[in-house]
Design a protein around this ligand. Structure first.
Ligand SMILES: [Zn+2]
Length: 319
């Protein structure tokens, strides 16, 4: 899995699908026309955006096998010589998984990573879910671990013993594809600021990860899948600050009401400008690790004043 260096903040309209690809590299976008015409040929025209998002996750659009489809073609790596061959085989294989998955798009996407054997397994269990993917990965790992070719690198895999394939594949692919319905109303009038809402650090007193000193954590932290995960506004509002601040790195501050502000810190880049109005669920930044941060995450604050009155975000978000 390679994440491209050149990342676009602008959303690029996918001319066919309902959703749009977002934050994919220039290397991926150069194949947009080819992917769209092949998707049409293999009768999956409306999924060209998903296929581009998969390419981003597979290779960042680089190399001679950007869809990493050698294995599905000939059972081993290296039999594909050109990007065109790779993309045609990738689209064909995705079309096959989608058909077998009976239209369950997430199941088709996960099967692109796990292999076709996952499809009947998941269909018997009500279709794709992360839990079913973890179960399958764990089961497969028990069968193949003696080969020594699989390792539990991802913390989530190591924890669950789900070390076959990539159990985070669907989340990763969908971080490059915005289909509008991805934001979830999570409590009161707020929507999720980041996919998964995996809280890694709570509001209140804690020890600083770098200095080791005790201090008061003025917000909560959420894990990000990678450096291109979108960060979304939790509610309608206006941008009162977008730039860099000491410790926070890149930070966006939104105002939602005279006495309610939210702040989103450590992003790799901000996608909005001061004075701009935003809608709930709109992307305002890209997850990152700028400022005092040890890895990509979102630091989210709720404030009653632009620069003070720190509140526990959990009570707003229903966590
Ligand atoms: Zn934090």
């Amino acid at each position: 899995m390679i994440i491209a260096d050149s990342v676009f903040n602008t959303k690029t309209p996918d001319s066919i699908g309902e959703g749009i690809v977002t934050n994919v590299s220039a290397e991926v976008l150069q194949y947009q026309g080819l992917v769209e015409s092949l998707a049409k040929e293999y009768d999956v025209a409306e999924y060209s955006g998903i296929i581009l998002a998969m390419m981003m996750q597979e290779s960042g659009g680089r190399g001679n096998d950007p869809m990493q489809s050698s294995e599905s073609l000939c059972g081993s790596i290296g039999c594909i010589q050109t990007p065109e061959e790779s993309i045609e085989q990738g689209v064909k294989y995705f079309a096959e998984t989608l058909k077998k998955a009976e239209g369950d798009v997430k199941l088709a996407v996960q099967s692109y990573n796990f292999g076709l054997g996952f499809i009947p397994y998941a269909l018997e269990r009500g279709g794709y879910s992360k839990e079913v993917a973890i179960e399958f990965s764990r089961m497969q790992y028990q069968k193949v671990k003696h080969t020594g070719n699989y390792s539990c690198i991802r913390p989530e895999s190591a924890e669950t013993g789900a070390c076959y394939g990539d159990i985070g594949y669907v989340d990763a692919v969908f971080s490059y594809y915005d289909y509008g319905g991805s934001t979830v109303v999570i409590g009161g009038n707020f929507v999720s600021p980041v996919d998964g809402m995996n809280m890694t650090s709570d509001f209140g007193t804690r020890y600083h990860p770098i200095t080791g000193e005790q201090h008061s954590h003025k917000g909560i932290d959420f894990a990000c899948i990678n450096h291109v995960t979108p960060i979304n506004a939790v509610a309608d509002g206006s941008v009162v600050f977008s730039g860099v601040q000491n410790g926070y790195g890149n930070i966006v501050i939104l105002q939602h009401a005279p006495d309610l502000f939210t702040a989103y810190a450590h992003s790799s880049s901000n996608s909005v400008k001061q004075g701009q109005n935003v809608k709930a669920g709109q992307q305002i930044a890209v997850c990152g690790s700028t400022g005092d941060s040890t890895g990509p995450h979102l630091h989210l604050e709720f404030r009653t004043e632009q620069y003070g009155g720190f509140q526990d975000p959990k009570s707003y978000l229903g966590l």
